[in-house]
Write a protein that binds this ligand. Structure first.
Ligand SMILES: [Zn+2]
Length: 285
C-alpha cells in the first residue's frame, strides 16, 4: 500500500509515491498560472491515474502553496494562482481517487517533513521557514505541527519588518515577505535572487531584514533549530554564515537562546516528505 504526496506551488507542483518511507516515484511540472484551479486539478488526476496501475494508494497528503483553513480542510485562497478560494481540495481527492486525504499549507507541511525526515530530526521545537517566491513558516512541537488556536500560527512572512517599507501583496507595508522573498527581490532589483545573493555586499544588507524576522521567532519560541528551505536557501553558507552573525548581533544581549540556523536537508522534497508524515495521521479503518 502506498501514500500519494502532492506539493502545489506557485511556480511548480510536484507529486510523489511513497512505499513506507521510501520515495518510489516522483514527478514535477511547471505551474500554468493562467490555467488556474481547473488546469491544476486535471494535472493532478492525470499524474495520479498514470500511477494507478503500478501502485495501490492508501492515503494522500497535500501541501498547498497558500493559506489553508486546516479545521475545514479548505484552501483559503492562493495569492499566486486564481480559482482556489474556499476550495475543499482533500474532499475532491477523496471523491476522484477514492482515498482519504489531508491538507495543510506548504510551509507547515515542509516543517513536518524536515522535522521527521530532514535537518530538524530530533530538534524540538523546530521552526521551519521557506524562503522562495514567497516566505512561509511552520512550527513543529513534539513531532506535530503547531497550528495555534485558529490554524494560522507560524506566518512569519507577514511580520512587519519595515513599517515605512513598500506594500506587500497582503495589503500591509514592509512585511518580511515584501523585503526578502524571491518575487520581490527580482521585481525590486531586476535580477533573480540567485544572482543577487552571489554578491557578498548585497547579502550583508539582505540578512539584516531576514534576521529581523527570525529574531522574532527566536525570542518567542526559542526553537532548538531553525531550518530554512526554498530556492533562496540553496545559496548555502554564503547566506547562512552572515545570517547567523547578524542574528547574534540582533538577539537581545541577555538571551542565551541558541542560534542554530541550517539549510533544509530534503532540498525540493521537504513538502513531499511532510505530506507523507501528515497523511500518516489519517486514521484508517
Ligand atoms: Zn504581507
Amino acid at each position: 500500500m502506498s501514500t500519494l504526496a502532492i506539493d502545489i506551488g506557485g511556480t511548480k507542483f510536484s507529486m510523489a509515491v511513497f512505499d513506507s518511507d521510501r520515495m518510489v516515484a516522483r514527478e514535477t511540472r511547471a505551474t500554468d498560472r493562467t490555467g488556474g484551479r481547473e488546469w491544476m486539478l486535471e494535472q493532478i488526476l492525470a499524474v495520479a491515474r498514470g500511477w494507478e496501475d503500478r501502485f495501490r494508494f492508501e492515503r494522500c497528503g497535500i501541501g498547498f502553496g497558500g493559506p489553508v483553513e486546516f479545521s475545514r480542510q479548505r484552501v483559503a485562497l492562493s495569492t499566486h494562482v486564481g480559482g482556489w478560494l474556499d476550495f475543499p481540495l482533500p474532499a475532491w481527492v477523496e471523491r476522484e481517487l477514492r482515498i482519504p486525504a489531508v491538507m495543510d499549507n506548504d510551509a507547515n507541511v515542509g516543517a513536518l517533513g524536515e522535522a521527521v525526515f530532514g535537518a530538524g530530526a530530533g530538534c524540538d521545537p523546530l521552526f521551519y521557514m521557506t524562503l522562495s517566491t514567497g516566505i512561509g513558516g511552520g512550527i513543529v512541537i513534539g513531532g506535530r505541527i503547531y497550528r495555534g488556536a485558529d490554524s494560522w500560527a507560524g506566518e512569519i512572512g507577514h511580520l512587519t519588518i519595515r513599517p515605512e517599507g513598500r506594500q506587500c501583496l497582503c495589503g500591509a507595508y514592509g512585511c518580511l515577505e515584501r523585503c526578502c522573498s524571491g518575487l520581490w527581490l527580482e521585481r525590486d532589483f531586476g535580477r533573480p535572487a540567485r544572482e543577487l545573493l552571489a554578491d557578498p555586499e548585497f547579502v550583508r544588507r539582505y540578512v539584516v531584514d531576514l534576521a529581523l524576522g527570525l529574531k522574532a521567532c527566536i525570542m518567542l519560541l526559542n526553537p532548538a533549530r531553525i531550518v530554512i528551505g526554498g530556492g533562496i536557501a540553496k545559496a548555502g553558507e554564503a547566506l547562512f554564515a552572515p545570517l547567523r552573525q547578524e542574528l547574534r548581533r540582533q538577539i537581545t544581549d541577555w538571551s542565551r537562546a541558541r542560534i542554530e540556523v541550517v539549510p533544509a536537508a530534503l532540498g525540493d522534497d521537504s513538502v513531499l516528505y511532510g505530506a507523507l508524515a501528515l497523511a500518516r495521521e489519517i486514521p484508517l479503518q
